[in-house]
Design a protein around this ligand. Structure first.
Ligand SMILES: Cc1cc2nc3c(=O)[nH]c(=O)nc-3n(C[C@H](O)[C@H](O)[C@H](O)COP(=O)(O)O)c2cc1C
Length: 172
């Protein structure tokens, strides 16, 4: 069993999640590696695929969307798990599983590649690393409220999800 964890990450926090998932899969005896979409990985060389993207303005990053669309035939024929690295903070009364937090492309991906699951994970934001446009957005009152500084990644939750993937892969 050979698994690839493909990721699209602007500032590195989604890359960190992808590497963590690959490490947890390996710890359970599953061969796994994390690769950026930018490296042009070929999902056809793997038995199962995990794909994750950072979320910006309610969308997956372009490279990740293109990766799914270009490889849809191969992905539809393999077990696939999706994750989004998105919210930094929840509005009162919402939870990470709320459909409103799902990036816009997930509905299309469900129909086209039939992923086993899609999870939304909390992300991270380091204002010092932001590019000019993102820095400017964050200076707006609404931007600052929605985009707090900090690392909100929940490693226990991500580890539990990695365990779910291992169990599914080991179930005949
Ligand atoms: C300008 C900006 C817009 C963002 N928009 C969203 C969004 O619409 N939905 C969301 O869940 N997270 C949003 N985020 C949070 C990012 O998805 C989060 O910081 C993520 O962990 C970044 O991943 P990366 O470090 O891999 O690029 C936004 C962050 C920034 C800086």
């Amino acid at each position: 069993m050979n698994v690839i964890v493909v990721y699209a990450s602007r500032y590195g926090s989604t890359k960190g999640i992808a590497e963590f998932i690959a490490e947890k899969l390996r710890a359970h005896g599953v061969q796994a590696e994390a690769r950026s979409v930018e490296a042009g990985p070929n999902p056809g060389e793997y038995d199962a695929v995990v794909i994750g993207s950072a979320v910006y303005m309610e969308h997956w990053m372009k490279g990740a969307v293109e990766f799914v669309r270009q490889n849809r035939a191969v992905l539809a024929g393999r077990p696939v798990w999706l994750f989004s690295s998105g919210p930094l903070k929840l509005e009162p009364g919402t939870s990470p599983g709320d459909p409103g937090l799902e990036p816009r492309e997930i509905g299309e991906f469900r129909e086209v590649i039939h992923p086993r699951d899609h999870r939304v994970f909390f992300g991270a934001l380091d204002p010092r690393r932001l590019g000019f446009a993102h820095r400017a957005l964050r200076k707006l009152p609404a931007g600052r409220a929605l985009l707090p500084e900090g690392d909100f990644r929940n490693w226990d939750y991500i580890e539990a999800w990695s365990g779910d993937i291992v169990r599914a892969l080991k179930t005949p």
